[in-house]
Design a protein around this ligand. Sequence first.
Ligand SMILES: *[C@@H]1O[C@H](CO)[C@@H](O)[C@H](O)[C@H]1NC(C)=O
Ligand SMILES: *[C@@H]1O[C@H](CO)[C@@H](O)[C@H](O)[C@H]1NC(C)=O
Ligand SMILES: *[C@@H]1O[C@H](CO)[C@@H](O)[C@H](O)[C@H]1NC(C)=O
Ligand SMILES: [Zn+2]
Length: 428
Amino acid sequence: MRLLALVMLVAAVNAKHEIYKGWKSYIVKPESYEQLEKLGSKLLEFELDFVKNAALDREGIVLVKPEYQAGFLKFLSEENISHTVHVEDLKAQFDLEDQEILKQEQRTRSINGGRMPYDNYQPLNVIYEYIDRIAEQYPETVTLVENLRSFEGRPLKYLKISRDNFQSNKPVIFIDGGMHAREWISPPTVTYAIHKLVENLTEPDLLERYDWILFPVANPDGYSFTHTSTRMWRKTRSTDQHALSRQCPGVDGNRNFDFAWNTVGTSNNPCTDTYAGSRPFSEVEVRAVNAVIEEYLDRMLIYITMHSYGSLILYPWGHDGSLSQNALTLHRVGIAMGEAIDNLSLPSFRRYRVGNSLLTIGYGASGAAEDYAHSRGVPLTYTYELPGTGFGTQGFHLNPRYIHQVCIETWGGVVAGARSAASIYGKK
Ligand SMILES: *[C@@H]1O[C@H](CO)[C@@H](O)[C@H](O)[C@H]1NC(C)=O
Ligand SMILES: *[C@@H]1O[C@H](CO)[C@@H](O)[C@H](O)[C@H]1NC(C)=O
Ligand SMILES: *[C@@H]1O[C@H](CO)[C@@H](O)[C@H](O)[C@H]1NC(C)=O
Ligand SMILES: [Zn+2]
């Protein structure tokens, strides 16, 4: 009986990731701005899926479905864009990475029971249990909010952290994570920020000066789906957007905000990963993020949305590459963040690059959170592309043994950004 159970378990493990048979990923390294833009211009035609964003003289990693591989390679050769195969067999690589998660659990179990949301890639319930526990244990500084439910009915949970329950009109810093479901390194950086503001407050000035809102998993349906079914799922899981939505669920949450909606870097085809939805804010998960922005609009000074990969700090305008009136300050605070991260980083990690979204990665995106929040008047808005795959050619996702490192350095970036902004904007 036990043997049968074991056999079935092994079979189930091996059956995982079947859908990625034949998919490949490539390393591409554009050596001129023209090449970078050319790559960007082929996004929709080849359904290119940049797991790690390319930048000028900086390699990206792009996932390509079997039916587009020949055409894509031909295009790269014609344009002389240097490239190599990154992962030949995605399914095998994902199986390997599942093993790494188990190993990491063994490593951390003796330290903290293996259940901390910032020590490993954890299922949603572990993250939610952490959020609930923090709210329960620290009622004087922490308020749990769960006003809305996801499309599939999961609570959308965020924490408000404040010395005086948001009473004294301090500037607000808002950080969200997990909007893109598969970007598993994102939620740990947000739960780690909670840890550093509540459980291990080594920078008390940050609570003196600011009130905080931390929303670790903005897309819990998608996040759960990446754990139970499809590792590379990016979108929400809504099925009410289009006649095809039952076969092809979901909307790209970071294309669903109401700014220049569905004009660039998006698709009208619900079966693609950048489907913008039937209308702005069609997704309840996106409305939940927007509700926070609207509620604290007059006080919000910094908004950061955590994504991966690339070791990049990106700021508006991402849809057309023009600079905002606040570009100088956006850049200055962004540089403070990037420099602080680099100071805390590992030699094998990429140095951070800071810049306008479109100009840095070579393609534009409309309906993105960073642009939207800025368009509503939030002075400092950033997309972080966290470090990940691509030091060396090994691996697809960041090895879980580096999660803690990424959390520590990313928090260092947030701290430096908050202090830099405080010095520029005064106490308010
Ligand atoms: C690519 O390189 C070849 C050989 O050096 C050259 O003839 C061709 O014009 C180049 N193509 C582009 C688009 O730069
Ligand atoms: C608290 O944080 C500091 C700095 O990040 C670290 O050195 C220290 O070990 C932490 N303490 C605990 C109890 O986690
Ligand atoms: C980073 O390190 C450099 C060199 O040690 C130092 O000059 C700089 O102030 C540091 N920056 C931050 C933001 O910590
Ligand atoms: Zn993302």
